[in-house]
Design a protein around this ligand. Structure first.
Ligand code: NCD
Length: 312
């Protein structure tokens, strides 16, 4: 593969920072890895990954950890606020500085504050990868999502993608929308008014020539979609509990809801799910979310390898 000009030494803080060529390169790298044309095991031997997770995580933390370890890296850091000095008030700034002193070669950071990853990237000499930034961005999840779409259809261009759920406070939908704006797709934001996509995301897409459509409910667009990207209501990010009470339980994707869907529809979800995605579709051909989650591991391996310039 050779060193990547586009990724080597690069921060990954926003899905907006990457263009079509880079997404294509990323997808090629992970496809090669999965087809085992390239084993990346041990390519980053001796390097240190600092995983600083100021917010809880299951998939993102463990897939980055396993990815780094398979690449031969050592892993240090913390998987959530408990078990670190954050509970004593230690700042992101000091934490980054300290791990740099320990020889970190890359930071993987999840934080509840918007802009935290960008801030860390500014003070750090080594690459910073966002693993979720407030309610705005989750760029590596967007790469995982693109990969799941590509796996299902063999392409991304030409597809009609609906995003359903809490688009306002969810960071995965906005990052995926940014990433998809590099492709020839039709995007529909499906949400009740209170949870509709933030205007700045729609503006960005329109500027990129992918003007999003909107719908209030899935049933209005059910028959037209190729991909349905479902997200949970971000209860912990909604500032006012009464606002949450008004929207909770407003949508659920189940077999009944998919009655008018194309047989080829694929349902994605970044997980965790709560009550918006019924288990009754788990065993159907619609379900792509477990394949999607599993793709997180090879994708993060391929990404770290590109950024840190592993061999092959
Ligand atoms: C998401 C997140 O943390 O934003 N989870 C994930 O990384 N797969 C989605 C969510 O929490 O709803």
């Amino acid at each position: 593969m050779g060193p990547s000009v586009d990724f080597l030494g690069r921060d990954v803080v926003s899905a907006r920072d990457f263009k079509r060529d880079q997404y294509d390169e990323m997808l090629r790298a992970v496809e090669d890895l999965e087809k085992s044309r390239e084993s990346l095991d041990g390519t980053l031997k001796g390097k240190l990954a600092a995983l600083l997770f100021f917010e809880p995580s299951t998939r993102t933390y463990s897939s980055f950890q396993i990815a780094a370890e398979k690449l031969g890296m050592r892993v240090s850091g913390f998987a959530g606020p408990t078990g670190s000095s954050i509970t004593k008030g230690e700042t992101l700034h000091d934490t980054v500085r300290m791990f740099e002193g320990y020889g970190a070669d890359v930071f993987i950071i999840r934080h509840s504050k918007m802009g935290a990853a960008r801030f860390a990237a500014e003070i750090s000499d080594v690459p910073v990868v966002s693993a979720g930034d407030g309610s705005r961005e989750h760029p590596t999840q967007a790469m995982v999502d693109l990969y799941a779409i590509k796996k299902a259809f063999g392409r991304i261009d030409g597809l009609k993608v609906g995003m359903l759920g809490d688009l306002r406070y969810g960071r995965t939908s906005s990052s995926l929308a940014y990433a998809l704006s590099n492709f020839d797709v039709e995007i529909t934001f499906i949400a009740p008014e209170a949870l509709q996509m933030r205007p700045e995301v729609s503006h960005f897409l329109t500027q990129r020539g992918v003007t999003p459509r909107t719908a209030g409910a899935f049933k209005d667009v059910a028959g037209s979609l190729d991909v349905l990207y479902v997200t949970r209501i971000q209860k912990e990010r909604i500032p006012d509990p009464t606002e949450y009470e008004k929207v909770k339980g407003m949508y659920e994707v189940n077999l009944e809801a998919l009655r008018d869907a194309k047989p080829s529809l694929k349902v994605l979800h970044p997980l965790p799910r709560v009550d918006e995605l019924s288990t009754d579709i788990d065993e159907t051909n619609y379900a792509q979310y477990f394949v999607q989650a599993a793709g997180g591991l090879p994708l993060r391996m391929a990404l770290l390898n590109l950024i840190l310039g592993g061999a092959r």
